[in-house]
Design a protein around this ligand. Structure first.
Ligand SMILES: Cc1cc2nc3c(=O)[nH]c(=O)nc-3n(C[C@H](O)[C@H](O)[C@H](O)COP(=O)(O)O)c2cc1C
Length: 207
């Protein structure tokens, strides 16, 4: 398994439609070829990471290099990796804006970093920081927020079920005590049962 990263310049700035067509084509081919990766685009500059079996990736890099939609493909790194770093994406895609760059933790140290061919081709550390950022499972703040909401809802649901369960046990304790009391049959047995049920309610043990 290898991972190749490169930067290149778009021949002309790509329209959203052209980008979409490129992405659809890439995802279709990559799914069939077992390739995963990342494609970033901004300022008519591409940064792409491709990973998969060496033969397949090398052949694709060569094919991509001949694509007239861009030029000046400069390979930043080609390394053997033990496993995929973008396993979830046949091609993760993001348009990179100056604002988005400012929000990336790993890039703050670099000051005002431009997503431009010159900057990326010169500084592999910036490329690494970008690759790290987009590799993180929850780099998208919206996804993070949705996940946090899901977790909160799951927590609330669990709490509600537990609370209902406890209320049910507490009701049973009270009912059995009232019933036994009314019959004048409130004995040691009832009290022991009530006590252990009460302990369960207090400590949140399953009833
Ligand atoms: C910046 C850029 C990234 C590309 N990435 C991929 C890719 O990940 N996978 C892919 O199959 N083709 C990619 N292509 C397209 C290839 O250059 C080529 O057009 C395509 O693989 C041909 O496939 P086809 O058999 O669908 O015509 C990319 C092209 C450019 C300009």
């Amino acid at each position: 398994m290898i991972q190749v990263s490169y930067v290149s310049r778009a021949s002309t700035p790509l329209s959203p439609e052209q980008l979409l067509s490129l992405l659809v084509q890439s995802r279709r081919n990559n799914t069939a070829a077992g390739i995963t990766g990342l494609l970033l685009y901004g300022n008519a500059t591409f940064l792409q990471v491709l990973e998969g079996e060496a033969e397949v990736v090398d052949a694709l890099v060569e094919r991509i290099g001949r694509d007239p939609r861009h030029a000046g493909v400069q390979v930043i790194g080609r390394k053997v990796v033990p496993s995929r770093q973008y396993a979830d994406w046949s091609m993760c895609f993001e348009r990179v804006t100056p604002q988005a760059l400012g929000e990336i933790d790993g890039l703050r140290d670099f000051g005002a970093v431009d997503f431009r061919f010159e900057t990326l081709a010169r500084d592999a550390t910036v490329v690494e920081a970008l690759m790290d950022h987009f590799r993180a499972p929850h780099w998208d703040p919206l996804v993070r927020e949705l996940d946090a909401r899901d977790r909160l809802i799951a927590q609330l649901r669990k709490g509600l079920v537990q609370a209902r369960g406890r209320a049910e046990v507490a009701t049973l304790v009270i009912e059995s005590l009232v019933e036994a009391g009314r019959k004048g049959a409130l004995g040691e047995e009832h009290l022991r049962l009530a006590e252990s049920a009460l302990a369960q309610v207090r400590h949140g043990l399953p009833g």
